[in-house]
Design a protein around this ligand. Structure first.
Ligand code: FAD
Length: 378
C-alpha cells in the first residue's frame, strides 16, 4: 500500500473532502477519517441550506463564489442536481425594522434578486409565520437546498478518480515533522507527506496541538435541530427556509416534515454530540413563538457542532510556525455552502497559485483567510 503522498488531509467532512477534490488534480492525496463514514459529524447534521445573505464580507464572498459550482456542477459530478431552489425569507419583529432595512439596502448590491416584502406577500411565501413578523421581510429567491449527500459523494468520486485515497476508521494519533516531511501515525499505519491539511472540524484544535502548530482557539458550539409533523394545510415541499434576522430561529420543510432550530450555540467539546432534552423542549417552545404551528410530537432530533475561530471567519492558510501545515478550519454554520470556494482556496494556497482570481473579485483574499487575522482576537 502507498505510504508516501504529497498531501495528507485530516478529516473526511465536507471541508476535507472538497479540498481533496480540488487538490487531487495536482497532488497525490490521502484523506484520513476516524469514522466509518465520511461526513458523519457536522457535515451530516447541517440544515443543508445555501444563502448568500451574509453581512460579513469574507463569508459572503465565498458563498457567492460557491454558487455556480453548486447550481451547475462540472459534468459527471453528480447524476442528480445538488441544488433545489426554494428561496430564503429573512423575517423580523417590527422593533427590528431598521435593521431589516439596513441589511436589505446593504445586501441588495451583492444579491440583485433580493426583494423587500410586506404583509400578505410575506405570508404567501411562508404561510405558517407568526403574525408579529409580517412587517417587512427580505426575500432571497435564489437561495436553495443543498443535497449534502450528493455533494459529498460528487467530491469523493472526483477525488478518487484523480487517485485520491480515502482511509476510513483511521484516527490520526500522532504527527511529527521529520527530515523535511510529515510522519502521520494512525492506530494501524504510518504515512508520509510534505503537506498536512488540518480539516478536522471540531477536532482541529487537537490536531494543531498534536503537530505543535500555532495556538489557535477553535470553538465548537452545539446546535439542536428538531423535526415534527407538518400542519395539514399547505404544500410544505414549497416552503422556503424562514430565518429570524438576528439568527435566533429558523424553520423549513424537510422530507415531508418541518425542521426547526432555536439556533442554540452552547460551547461544547469535540465529540459525537447528542441533543439535550432541555434544548429539544426549548426548540419546540420557540416554534410556537415564531410560527402559527404547534409541536405535538417531536419526530426526530439531533445536534451538531458548528466550529468557530475567534473572529468567526474561516482560516485557509499555512501555519507560520510550522513547515507544510495548512489550517482549513472555522466553517461555522456555512461550511457546506462555501465548500466549493474554500476547497479551491485550499488548493490555491497549497499549490502556491494563491486565491483564485474570480474569488478575489468577489472580495475573498489571502489576508482575509490568514492566520494573522486571528492575532488580535486570540
Ligand atoms: C445544526 C447545524 C446546521 C447547519 N446548517 C448549515 C447550512 O444550512 N449550510 C451550511 O453550509 N452549513 C451548515 N452547517 C455547518 C456545516 O455543517 C459545517 O460548517 C461543516 O459541515 C463543517 O465541515 P467540516 O468538514 O469542517 O467538519 P466535519 O464534518 O465535522 O468533519 C471533520 C471530520 O474530521 C474527522 N476527524 C477529527 N479528528 C480526526 C482525527 N484525529 N483523525 C481522523 N479524522 C478526524 C471527524 O471524524 C470529522 O468527520 C450547520 C451545522 C449544524 C451543526
Amino acid at each position: 500500500m502507498l505510504k508516501e503522498f504529497d498531501c495528507i488531509v485530516i478529516g473526511g467532512g465536507i471541508a476535507g473532502i472538497s479540498a481533496s477534490y480540488f487538490l487531487s488534480s495536482d497532488f497525490r492525496v490521502l484523506v484520513l477519517e476516524m469514522e466509518q463514514l465520511p461526513g458523519y459529524h457536522a457535515t451530516g447534521r447541517s440544515a443543508a441550506t445555501y444563502t448568500a445573505f451574509w453581512s460579513n464580507k469574507l463569508i459572503r464572498s465565498v458563498a457567492l463564489g460557491s454558487r455556480e459550482f453548486l447550481v451547475n456542477p462540472p459534468k459527471g459530478f453528480s447524476e442528480v442536481p445538488v441544488a433545489e431552489k426554494k428561496g430564503a425569507l429573512y423575517f423580523s419583529e417590527l422593533s427590528d425594522a431598521d435593521l431589516m432595512s439596513a441589511k436589505y439596502e446593504n445586501l441588495q448590491t451583492y444579491i440583485p434578486s433580493l426583494e423587500l416584502l410586506r404583509g400578505a406577500a410575506i405570508l404567501e411565501k411562508s404561510p405558517m409565520l407568526g403574525e408579529q413578523f409580517l412587517g417587512a421581510a427580505a426575500w432571497e429567491p435564489d437561495a436553495f437546498e443543498i443535497d449534502v449527500h450528493n455533494l459529498l459523494s460528487g467530491y469523493l468520486k472526483g477525488a478518487k478518480e484523480n487517485g485520491t485515497i480515502i482511509r476510513l476508521n483511521s484516527k490520526v494519533a500522532n504527527l511529527e515533522r521529520k527530515l523535511g516531511r510529515w510522519e502521520v501515525t494512525t492506530d494501524e499505519d504510518t504515512f508520509y507527506a510534505a503537506t498536512i491539511i488540518n480539516a478536522a472540524g471540531a477536532w482541529a484544535g487537537e490536531i494543531g496541538r498534536l503537530a505543535g502548530a500555532s495556538d489557535i482557539t477553535i470553538s465548537p458550539r452545539r446546535r439542536t435541530v428538531i423535526t415534527f409533523d407538518a400542519p395539514e394545510a399547505g404544500d410544505i415541499t414549497r416552503w422556503p427556509i424562514s430565518l429570524e434576522i438576528n439568527g435566533k430561529f429558523y424553520f423549513k420543510g424537510d422530507a415531508g416534515r418541518v425542521l426547526a432550530t432555536a439556533c442554540d450555540e452552547t460551547p461544547w467539546h469535540p465529540c459525537d454530540v447528542q441533543p439535550e432534552e432541555l434544548d429539544i423542549a426549548i426548540t419546540a417552545q420557540e416554534v410556537e413563538k415564531y410560527t402559527r404551528m404547534e409541536v405535538n410530537r417531536v419526530a426526530q432530533s439531533w445536534a451538531g457542532l458548528r466550529t468557530f475561530t475567534p473572529n468567526h471567519q474561516p482560516v485557509v492558510d499555512y501555519d507560520p510556525a510550522l513547515s507544510g501545515f495548512v489550517w482549513l478550519v472555522g466553517q461555522g454554520g456555512w461550511g457546506v455552502l462555501t465548500s466549493p470556494a474554500l476547497g479551491r482556496c485550499c488548493a490555491g494556497v497549497v499549490s502556491g497559485r494563491g486565491i483564485p482570481s474570480d474569488l478575489m473579485d468577489l472580495g475573498c483574499d489571502a489576508a482575509g483567510l490568514a492566520i494573522d487575522q486571528l492575532k488580535a482576537c486570540n
